[in-house]
Design a protein around this ligand. Structure first.
Ligand code: ADP
Ligand code: MG
Length: 398
C-alpha cells in the first residue's frame, strides 16, 4: 500500500526523523491559512499524488508570499499532473502539502528496501540525490552505496557511519545523518515497510540534515498488524477495478490493454499475459482467480473485466487442479445470466480453454446452455491466437 508524502512525513517525524514543518491542505483557503501559520519566508506548495517526478512536472512550487501560495494552490488543486511515474493519464491533485522551505546546500539519496537475493533489508545511499535514482544506477552504479542489514542485530551504528562518510556528508553533519539513518530504519521495521525512500535527503545552509521528500510503501501482507495505516489509504489513488477485485478475493492487476484474461494460478496467469502479447494482443489485466473459486467469484471476475468497456474480448484459461472446470463453467453461465437480459449472451467474445478436473462436465455445461459469443479452444496457443484475432476484428484492426 502507498500513502501520501505528508502522511509519510508524519510517520517519520514520530520516529524522530527530521522533516520540514508542514500540514496538508484540501482547499485554497486552507493552503493560505497553513502558510500563514507557518510564518516562514519561503513556503513550498506540493501536489500530493501517489507518484514521484512532481518537481519536474510543475507539481512543487517554492514561493515567498501568501499571495503566491494562493496562486500556486489555485493552479495545482484539481489539476491533472502527468509525471514520468503516473503514465499518460496522469493523476488528479486533490490535496496539497504546505511546508516550510529549506535552504538546500546539497541533495542526497537514501532508501531502505528488501533485497530478494540476500533476503535482507538493504540501505542504499548516494551523493547524487534529487535526480532519478534509476538514472544514477544506470550511468554511475558506483555512486550508489549499499549496506546489507543482518536481521538478528538490525542496522549497526558503524554501518550508518560508513554510509554517511561514503556519501561525503560534511563533517559537521555526519552525526545527524547517521542518526537519521538509524531512525528511518526503525520506522521501516516498525511499520513493516517494503520501501522507504528519501529523495532528496538534504544538508541545509545551517548544517541540518532533513528529509525533504518521503515515500513509504507498506507490505500488504502485514497490514493486519497496522490498523492505523489502513486509515491512511486514499481510495481515489487506487485503480477502482483492483479495489473491487481485492474485496472479492481476486488477485487482479490492471494492465491497460483490451484483451482480458481469467486464469487460475499466478504462473499460468503470467504465461497467459505473455502469450497474448506473443500473438500481438494487449492484455487488459492479470487475473488469478485462485484455487477456491465459486461460480459467484467467477461471475464477479467477469463483471470486473467487462466494467467500463475496457475488455474487447476475454480469454478464460483454466487448468483444473484444485479448481474444478465444472464450477468455472457454471460461473461463466451465471455471469451471462447476470449481465444480459436473456441470460444467454455476453457482450464480447469469450474464448475458453478448459483442462483438468471435471473437464468433461465443464464442457457439457457450456454446451447445454449455449451462450452467444463463447468459443471453446482445445489448446492454450490456439485460444490465445483466436481471442487476439477476434479483438482485432471487433476493432477493425485486422
Ligand atoms: P518529486 O520527487 O515528486 O519531484 P520532491 O518532494 O522530491 O518531489 O520535490 C522536488 C524538489 O523540490 C526537491 O528535489 C527539492 O529540490 C525541492 N523541494 C521539495 N521540498 C522542498 C522544501 N520543503 N524546501 C525547499 N525545496 C524543496
Ligand atoms: Mg523526490
Amino acid at each position: 500500500m502507498n500513502i501520501h508524502e505528508y502522511q509519510s512525513k508524519a510517520i517519520l517525524r514520530s520516529y524522530g526523523v527530521n522533516v520540514p514543518t508542514g500540514k496538508p491542505a484540501f482547499s485554497v483557503e486552507e493552503a493560505v491559512e497553513n502558510a500563514r501559520e507557518l510564518g516562514t519566508d519561503t513556503v513550498v506548495v506540493k501536489a500530493q499524488i501517489h507518484a514521484g517526478g512532481r518537481g519536474k512536472a510543475g507539481g512543487v512550487k517554492v514561493v515567498h508570499s501568501l499571495e503566491a501560495v494562493e496562486k500556486a494552490a489555485e493552479e495545482l488543486l484539481g489539476k491533472v499532473l502527468i509525471t514520468h511515474q503516473t503514465g499518460p493519464a496522469g493523476k488528479r491533485v486533490n490535496r496539497l502539502l504546505i511546508e516550510a522551505g529549506a535552504a538546500i546546500k546539497k541533495e542526497y539519496y537514501l532508501s531502505f528496501v528488501i533485497d530478494r537475493q540476500t533476503a535482507r533489508i538493504v540501505m542504499m545511499g548516494s551523493e547524487e540525490g534529487g535526480m532519478e535514482i534509476e538514472k544514477v544506477a544506470a550511468e554511475m552504479p558506483d555512486k550508489i552505496l549499499k549496506e546489507y542489514i543482518d536481521p538478528a542485530v538490525g542496522l549497526l551504528p558503524f554501518q550508518a557511519n560508513r554510509m554517511a562518510y561514503g556519501m561525503h556528508f560534511p563533517h559537521d553533519s555526519v552525526r545527524k545523518a547517521t542518526k537519521l539513518m538509524m531512525n528511518l530504519y526503525r520506522a521501516f521495521v516498525g511499520k513493516d515497510c517494503s520501501l522507504a525512500e528519501i529523495n532528496p535527503l538534504v544538508v541545509t545552509e545551517d548544517a541540518e540534515v532533513m528529509a525533504l521528500d518521503a515515500k513509504l510503501n507498506f507490505d500488504d501482507s502485514a497490514l493486519f498488524r497496522h490498523p492505523d495505516l489502513e486509515e491512511l489509504r486514499d481510495e481515489t489513488e487506487e485503480d477502482p477495478k483492483e479495489r473491487r477485485a481485492a474485496k472479492a478475493g481476486l488477485n487482479y492487476v490492471n494492465l491497460g490493454g483490451d484483451v482480458a484474461c481469467m486464469v487460475n494460478g499466478a504462473g499460468l496467469a503470467m504465461a497467459t499475459v505473455d502469450i497474448i502479447k506473443y500473438y500481438g494482443g494487449e492484455p487488459a489485466n492479470f487475473l488469478d482467480v485462485g484455487g477456491d473459486s465459486t461460480p459467484e467469484k467467477i461471475a464477479e471476475a467477469f463483471r470486473i473485466m467487462l466494467d467500463g468497456g475496457q475488455a474487447k474480448g476475454i480469454f478464460v484459461n483454466i487448468f483444473g487442479g484444485i479448481n474444478k472446470c465444472d464450477l468455472v463453467a457454471e460461473g461463466i453461465v451465471d455471469a451471462a445470466k447476470m449481465i444480459s437480459e436473456d441470460g444467454k449472451s455476453l457482450p464480447v467474445p469469450v474464448v475458453v480453454r478448459l483442462e483438468g478436473t471435471n473437464v468433461e462436465r465443464g464442457r457439457e455445461i457450456l454446451q447445454d446452455t449455449p451462450i452467444a459469443n463463447v468459443i471453446m479452444a482445445p489448446t492454450m496457443e490456439g485460444g490465445a491466437e483466436t481471442i487476439v484475432r477476434l479483438v482485432k476484428e471487433a476493432d477493425g484492426r485486422a
